[in-house]
Write a protein that binds this ligand. Structure first.
Ligand SMILES: CC(C)(COP(=O)(O)OP(=O)(O)OC[C@H]1O[C@@H](n2cnc3c(N)ncnc32)[C@H](O)[C@@H]1OP(=O)(O)O)[C@@H](O)C(=O)NCCC(=O)NCCS
Length: 324
C-alpha cells in the first residue's frame, strides 16, 4: 500500500533517501563524476581555527564552506584558506573553482581574489542577493590578483567633487553615445551642481566611486524621486568605468552599491535606468545585476551617427526597511 504524507519535521534518514537518489541519478548520467571531498584547515593546537572545504567533481572545485573563527577575522585568513584549497585543487587537475554567497561584501571579497560573477539573483531570499562566482585555476587565474588591479566601491562625498567632475567630463567625451549630456554642457555647470549630484543635502541623489588604490576609476549615481507619488522609484545614472579598468568587476560592484543604497532607503521599491540600444557591455552588466528591459524609446538621442534608441530597464527591489 502506498500513501503520500507531508511533514514539517522530516527525519534525516528519509531526507537521505531523496538526496542520495538525486545524486546517484545525476552521477549515473555523468559517468566521470566521482565527487571527492577536499578541505584545508588551519590547526591551532587541538582546535581548527580556519579552513575551506568542498568537493572536486568533473574538473571543478565546488567550495561549500570558508570559515575563520571570530577572533581571527580581518587578518587575511579567509583569503589564505581559499588560496590553499584552490592550489590543492589545481594540482589535482581542476580547471576552475565555483563558490556562492548571499553576502554582497563577501562577493566583493571573492571578486578581489580573482573570482568573476556568473550569476546574480537579486532578492533570492528576502533582501539577500545570491552570487555565484567562478575563478579559473589555470596559470593566469591561479595567480593572486594584484592589489593594484582590485577595485573597491564607496559612496562619494563633497571632497571627491573635483575628481568626480574630471572623470564624468572624460566619460561624456569618451563614450558620447552612452550619455544624453555633452562635455560642453556639463563643463559649464557650477560646482554646486556637481556637489548636488555627488550627495544632495536633500537626499535627492548619491554617487558612488570605484577605486583602484586611491584612483577613482569608475562611478555611478542614484537619483531618488522625492514626490509622494513617485518616491518608490530611484533612477540609476552616470555609469562609467575608465577604459583601462574595465573587465575587473568595477561596473558590477558599482551597480550593487547603488542597489544596496536603494534597498536601504525607506519606501524605494523600483530602480530604473536607460541605456543606449546596442551598448552590449552595459546591457549585459545590467541584466546580470537583475534589470529587465521594459521598452525601447525610438530616436531617444541624436549622435554623430544619427538618432539612437534608448532601452528602458527596471528592477524591483526588496526593501531592507519598512515603507513609511
Ligand atoms: C558598462 C561599463 C560601465 C562596464 O564596466 P566594467 O567595469 O567593465 O564592468 P564589469 O567589469 O563588472 O563587467 C564587464 C565584463 O568583465 C567581466 N569581468 C568582471 N570581472 C572579471 C574578472 N575578474 N575576470 C574576468 N572577467 C571579468 C564581466 O563578466 C563582464 O563580461 P561581459 O561584458 O562579457 O558580460 C563600462 O563598459 C563603461 O564604462 N562603458 C562606457 C560607458 C557606458 O556605456 N555606460 C553605461 C551608460 S547606461
Amino acid at each position: 500500500m502506498s500513501s503520500w504524507f507531508a511533514t514539517h519535521h522530516p527525519i534525516e534518514s528519509d531526507l537521505d533517501v531523496l538526496r542520495d537518489g538525486v545524486l546517484d541519478h545525476g552521477r549515473a548520467l555523468a559517468a566521470a563524476g566521482r565527487a571527492r571531498p577536499l578541505a584545508c584547515f588551519l590547526r591551532e593546537d587541538a582546535d581548527i581555527a580556519a579552513g575551506a572545504a568542498g568537493r572536486i567533481e568533473h574538473g571543478r572545485l565546488f567550495i561549500s564552506h570558508v570559515w575563520v573563527e571570530a577572533e581571527r577575522r580581518n587578518r587575511g585568513l579567509g583569503a589564505e584558506a581559499l588560496r590553499r584549497i584552490e592550489a590543492e585543487a589545481s594540482s589535482a587537475g581542476c580547471r576552475d573553482a565555483l563558490i556562492e554567497t548571499l553576502d554582497d561584501r563577501v562577493a566583493a571579497l571573492y571578486r578581489r581574489l580573482g573570482y568573476s560573477s556568473v550569476a546574480v539573483i537579486p532578492a533570492y531570499v528576502g533582501p539577500f542577493t545570491r552570487h555565484v562566482l567562478v575563478k579559473s585555476l589555470g596559470r593566469e587565474g591561479a595567480a593572486s590578483p594584484s592589489p593594484t588591479t582590485a577595485a573597491r566601491v564607496a559612496p562619494l562625498g563633497a571632497g571627491d567633487v573635483s575628481r568626480y567632475r574630471e572623470l564624468m567630463l572624460h566619460a561624456y567625451a569618451a563614450a558620447p553615445d552612452a550619455f544624453t549630456s555633452t562635455p560642453e554642457e556639463r563643463a559649464a555647470e557650477p560646482e554646486s551642481w556637481w556637489l548636488r549630484r555627488i550627495a544632495d543635502p536633500t537626499s535627492g541623489s548619491q554617487a558612488f566611486g570605484a577605486f583602484v588604490g586611491d584612483e577613482l576609476v569608475g562611478t555611478v549615481a542614484l537619483e531618488f524621486q522625492l514626490k509622494p507619488k513617485t518616491r518608490h522609484k530611484a533612477h540609476l545614472i552616470g555609469m562609467f568605468v575608465r577604459d583601462n579598468r574595465r573587465g575587473l568587476g568595477a561596473g558590477e560592484l558599482l551597480v550593487h552599491a547603488a542597489l544596496n543604497a536603494a534597498r536601504a532607503r525607506p519606501g524605494v521599491r523600483i530602480v530604473t535606468l536607460t541605456v543606449t540600444e546596442g551598448n552590449a557591455p552595459a546591457i549585459r552588466l545590467y541584466e546580470r545585476c537583475g534589470f529587465q528591459a521594459f521598452g525601447v524609446e525610438p530616436m531617444a538621442i541624436a549622435t554623430e551617427d544619427g538618432f539612437k534608441a534608448k532601452v528602458h530597464m527596471w528592477m524591483s527591489i526588496e526593501p531592507l526597511c519598512a515603507a513609511p
